[in-house]
Ligand binder design. Structure first.
Ligand SMILES: Nc1nc2c(c(=O)[nH]1)N[C@H]1C(S)=C(S)[C@@H](COP(=O)(O)OP(=O)(O)OC[C@H]3O[C@@H](n4cnc5c(N)ncnc54)[C@H](O)[C@@H]3O)O[C@H]1N2
Ligand code: MOO
Length: 411
């Protein structure tokens, strides 16, 4: 039996991204916006700081009075943060001022209190300030109407703070993708449920749901379908409204691998099936009556590798996220590797640091796609290109970090 050549990983990802588009938007309170993705450019609604402000506790003075120090000035008022600016300072005068307070008219420098000696309503300036020293001009951070955030940016803590500062109590964000996750297999039972000796505990939908939620989506569990066409179809048909359907298992070529035929019976149009990737070869992508469909292999490591390589970019696309700085990094290989075949390999690997600070990626010796224990302690996926020649320790290799907090893990 001859087969079409397997589709390269990059091509498969490009197909997925080309076939999907960002979801519509909604408005949320800025306090509830962490991890969401801006659906519009945002402009400042005020100038920040709105007034020239002192950056230190001390005395507002006129430069002209402090050219020769020490010099004694008369204190004509006191301005804490939150008060209206003090009266205009005339020659020989100063105002006691605190961090964040408005600079009084006439003042053009702040002398920090450590450089003064106070005596009643008089202050001795011991050291001449520099012009404008410790004064934050109005608009130092941004001005009213400035573009301060772009559509497609993820709302991380600093950006949330910026938008709050710019007087935005509500922000427009893209809707969180609703992702239905269907598991299939007669051998599977939920954790904690009674099971026969020939059954195993289902983990894929749970791990995938965790990844979907971490990436900013809403995971909707469609349960475990038995290896029967009608059960697979019924669970999909009865699902609530979805933006993406994922299945795990039943993607391969065995007599009980029914996902393709069952979903084709209810309108699935396959975009591609089988890719040049290990693990993950039987992955499928298509469209089920307008809902994108990603059929992941059942082996737990295969499902999760495919999720990192395809599902996360797909969720990013649905949320309209701007392209990120490529997540891939270079590391030194920690152990020898054999030549690779026609499938791009994603090896679960541990990262350590060399004395010079460089990363060293050492693949786990066992890479069986049924094994989750190496995956759970892996720091990265080490990517072996198609037909890569044998490699020696120390050679540079590409890795996809799993633990460095990328923005998709902030949600
Ligand atoms: N003749 C061939 N056989 C297989 C091929 C092939 O090309 N020709 N491909 C192999 C590859 S590669 C993979 S990957 C698997 C994937 O097969 P399926 O997607 O059909 O997955 P299943 O057969 O349903 O399950 C595989 C394996 O994973 C376990 N599993 C399934 N779901 C879960 C779950 N939710 N939680 C935990 N474990 C799960 C299942 O019990 C099986 O052990 O096919 C190869 N075969
Ligand atoms: O793709 Mo399978 O995932 O090689 O085990």
């Amino acid at each position: 039996m001859t087969r079409k050549p397997l589709m390269p990983v990059d091509e498969a990802r490009a197909h997925i991204l080309a076939a999907t588009s960002p979801l519509d938007s909604e408005t949320v309170a800025i306090r509830a916006s962490r991890g969401r993705v801006l659906a519009a450019d945002i402009r400042a609604r005020l100038t920040q700081p709105p007034f020239a402000a002192s950056a230190m506790d001390g005395y507002a003075v006129r430069m002209a009075d402090t050219l020769v120090c020490p010099v004694e000035l008369r204190i004509i008022g006191e301005t804490p943060a939150g008060s209206a600016p003090g009266p205009e300072i005339g020659p020989g005068e100063a105002i006691r001022i605190f961090t964040g307070a408005a600079i009084p008219p006439g003042a053009d420098a702040i002398v920090i209190q450590e450089n003064t000696r106070r005596d009643g309503d008089r202050v001795e300036i011991l050291q001449a300030p520099e012009p404008g020293r410790h004064i934050r001009p109005a608009g130092l951070d941004f001005k009213d109407g400035d573009l301060i955030a772009r559509r497609g940016e993820r709302l991380a803590p600093a950006l949330i703070g910026l938008l709050a500062t710019a007087d935005h109590p509500m922000v427009p964000v893209s809707r969180r993708p609703r992702v239905g996750i269907l598991t299939s297999g007669d051998e599977l039972v939920e954790p904690g449920a009674p099971r026969a000796p020939h059954q195993i505990v289902s983990s894929n939908s749970i791990a995938l749901a965790a990844l979907v939620e971490a990436a900013g989506g809403i995971a909707i569990d469609l349960g475990i379908a038995r290896d029967r066409t009608d059960d697979i179809q019924a669970r999909v048909k009865n699902a609530p409204k979805l933006d993406l359907l994922i299945t795990s298992g039943g993607a391969s070529v065995g007599d009980h691998d029914l996902v393709h035929s069952a979903l084709s019976g209810i309108g699935l149009e396959v975009n591609f099936w089988r890719i040049a990737m290990r693990p993950g070869k039987p992955m499928m992508f298509g469209d089920l009556k307008g809902v994108p469909f990603l059929g992941l292999p059942g082996n737990p490591a295969s499902a999760l590798v495919c999720a990192h390589v395809f599902l996360i970019p797909l969720l990013r696309r649905l949320m309209g996220l701007l392209p990120e700085i490529p997540a891939q990094r270079l590391a030194r290989l920690g152990s020898a590797l054999k030549a690779n075949d026609e499938r791009q390999d994603y090896l679960r690997a541990r990262l350590t640091e060399a004395e010079d600070g460089a990363l060293i990626a050492t693949p786990f010796p066992r890479q069986d796609s049924a094994m989750l224990s190496p995956f759970a302690s892996a720091d990265a996926l080490l990517i072996r290109p198609v037909h890569a020649p044998a490699a020696e320790p120390g050679e540079l290799v590409e890795i996809l970090p799993l633990r460095i907090p990328a923005d998709h893990l902030l949600a």
